[in-house]
Design a protein around this ligand. Structure first.
Ligand code: HEM
Length: 96
């Protein structure tokens, strides 16, 4: 699901306005699921780790490209998400 949305965003880059509307809708649904800003960073780390584990040709450049795309989507979604109520939640995440 995660990766499908990101792929769809990349494929629809010629219609950025629609991409942003779709991401806003996705973020509003996530707000209802109870997701907050802190979760986004943890999910980003987890996504990169999973992608790396499944890609034998993973390079620093691959990581940078994914980080860039994830950061964009995450920044757009976080506009609609509440702050993390637990201080330093990110530091409790053990993924490196
Ligand atoms: C780039 C970030 C993310 C993307 C692209 C993404 C994408 C999706 C998609 C496509 C769905 C299917 C339902 C829907 O469209 O509303 C979904 C559901 C969900 N996501 Fe995310 N998500 C992201 C981040 C997160 C984070 C950080 C959390 C919380 C840790 C989260 C928790 C959930 C939950 C709880 C559901 C509902 C699952 C269910 O009821 O079956 N997501 N997400």
């Amino acid at each position: 699901m995660f990766v499908q949305v990101i792929e769809r965003c990349i494929k629809s880059l010629d219609d950025l306005k629609q991409v942003i509307i779709d991401i806003d809708d996705l973020a509003k649904r996530h707000r209802k699921y109870g997701v907050n800003k802190g979760h986004m960073k943890i999910a980003g780390k987890a996504l990169i780790k999973v992608l790396e584990d499944f890609d034998d040709e993973w390079e620093k450049q691959t990581e940078e490209a994914w980080l860039f795309v994830f950061s964009l989507i995450s920044a757009l979604m976080k506009r609609w998400l509440p702050d993390d109520l637990v201080k330093n939640n990110e530091e409790r995440c053990t993924l490196q």
